[in-house]
Design a protein around this ligand. Structure first.
Ligand SMILES: Nc1ncnc2c1ncn2[C@@H]1O[C@H](COP(=O)(O)OP(=O)(O)O)[C@@H](O)[C@H]1O
Ligand SMILES: [Mg+2]
Length: 422
């Protein structure tokens, strides 16, 4: 509705914009009537959520659209802007109606906050009326919502954990975070372990794991809620794992498209998806980080970690201007006799404040690893457990643990059959 739209415009980055859905593989054509709107459209088109869509932007307003579509068919979504009065807009849209295919969704951008005009446009079949000036996230959210089933479950959030180098503790932190999300916040959570050969998720939870991740990556387009359910290994009441048994006997090429398809399919049914991203660099790794809702970089307080964390942060901030910056965790801090870079200096050099400092604690982490337990299970009162707790609080956005199961936290397995019917 128009009033809601106006509110979104007032505080474009205040809400949880990471939950704006991906725009599907569609054609979008925008006819702006001023440079400012054209620039906003360009910023929208460059956003990760629009990566699948094909967007064309030109100036000229509604009448330019009328001219162009006399000779060619209209796209899936047509955005047209007008500076005109109510009567001018309605008459220009009348001309557009003559050349517009019935299945094209039309979004009108105007400069009048006019409820009568809004109602008339909706009555005539316009999908949405937006009042300029716009924020790029408002454009993306409006387009995405045109293709979303309002009845579908809330979208899940993809949290991608990556280490600034190998062995910094990224996987351990990912697993502990997922466990706490499922226990303390009663949020249905799936860990996706993308470290096919050396992944430790199964070991860390003391579980035998099937070949689920290979099946998922091998046939991503077949993935739906039912198949995902079959490929998951249950780790707890609200915690599941998509992983492999680990091993080097398979040559397996991961494709960016496959990972994206798996994560998109899971987002439809799982509220929290923790992705354990291996420490290596390949197009599919970059793609996974680029398309996550939140990236969490774990580093140790030394120079190589600092350089790599900075490079990752710079790349991600530049490529994801409409997303929150990556979160930075400094782990294994306080190794006796080791010279270390202080957290404040580390954060300053990387350009992202350190969200969480976890002390080096060989006994607790070692025990957790050999028992297949989580840090809080081994030593709930340890500094490491406290630090992890604080970090998960930041991610969850609240320090209030869940009291009773909410809609979001219904068992995944209870929820999947319901989704299957759709
Ligand atoms: N704060 C810590 N103190 C002591 N050992 C740790 C700490 N964090 C992680 N470890 C240990 O470091 C090792 C590597 O951790 P892992 O999570 O596999 O790293 P990564 O995924 O970054 O390669 C594991 O044995 C883990 O138990
Ligand atoms: Mg790892």
């Amino acid at each position: 509705m128009m009033t809601q739209t106006a509110q979104t415009n007032a505080a474009p980055l205040g809400g949880d914009q990471s939950l704006v859905a991906m725009v599907p593989r569609i054609n979008i054509h925008a006819f702006c009537d001023n440079q400012q709107t054209a620039e906003t459209m360009q910023m929208a088109a460059a956003d990760r959520r629009m990566a699948r869509a094909h967007t064309t932007i030109q100036l000229g307003g509604i009448m330019a659209a009328v001219q162009v579509f006399q000779a060619q068919s209209t796209p899936n979504v047509l955005l047209v802007e007008s500076h005109g009065s109510r009567d001018v807009i309605l008459s220009e849209l009348g001309a557009l109606a003559n050349v517009c295919q019935p299945d094209t969704k039309v979004i009108v951008i105007g400069h009048l906050n006019d409820v009568v005009l809004y109602r008339e446009l909706i009555r005539q079949g316009v999908s949405e009326y937006l009042v300029a000036p716009l924020h790029q996230m408002q454009v993306i959210e409006t387009i995405a919502s045109l293709f979303q089933n309002p009845k579908s479950a809330p979208l899940g959030k993809v949290l991608a954990f990556v280490g600034a180098k190998g062995g910094v503790g990224s996987s351990t932190i990912a697993h502990n975070t997922a466990w706490m999300m499922s226990k303390r916040y009663a949020t249905e959570t799936v860990i996706t372990d993308l470290d096919l050969a050396f992944g430790t998720a199964g070991l860390n939870f003391n579980q035998d794991v099937s070949n689920g991740i290979y099946d998922a990556l091998g046939q991503p387009d077949r993935l739906d809620a039912t198949l995902i359910e079959r490929l998951l290994t249950k780790l707890g009441d609200k915690l599941s794992l998509l992983s492999g048994p680990g091993g080097v006997d398979r040559d397996f090429n991961v494709e960016a498209h496959a990972v994206e398809t798996i994560l998109s399919a899971m987002r439809n049914s799982v509220p929290c998806i923790v992705v354990d991203v291996p420490n290596m660099w390949a197009p599919w790794i970059k793609y996974t980080l680029m398309h996550a809702d939140q990236v969490i970089i774990t580093a140790t307080p030394e120079l190589a970690s600092l350089r790599n964390a900075k490079n990752l942060c710079d790349m991600l901030k530049q490529a994801r201007p409409n997303d929150v910056p990556p979160k930075l965790i400094l782990n294994q801090v306080g190794v006796p006799k080791r010279p270390e870079i202080p957290a404040a200096d580390f954060g300053k050099a990387v350009g992202v404040d350190v969200s969480c400092v976890i002390p080096y604690d060989a006994q607790t982490f070692g025990t957790a690893q050999s028992n297949g337990q989580m840090i809080s299970e081994v030593s709930a009162k340890s500094k490491a457990a406290e630090a992890l707790n604080g970090f998960v609080q930041i991610l969850a956005g609240t320090d209030k643990p869940a009291k009773k199961a909410s809609k979001m936290s219904q068992s995944l397995f209870a929820k999947l059959p319901m989704l299957r019917k759709k």
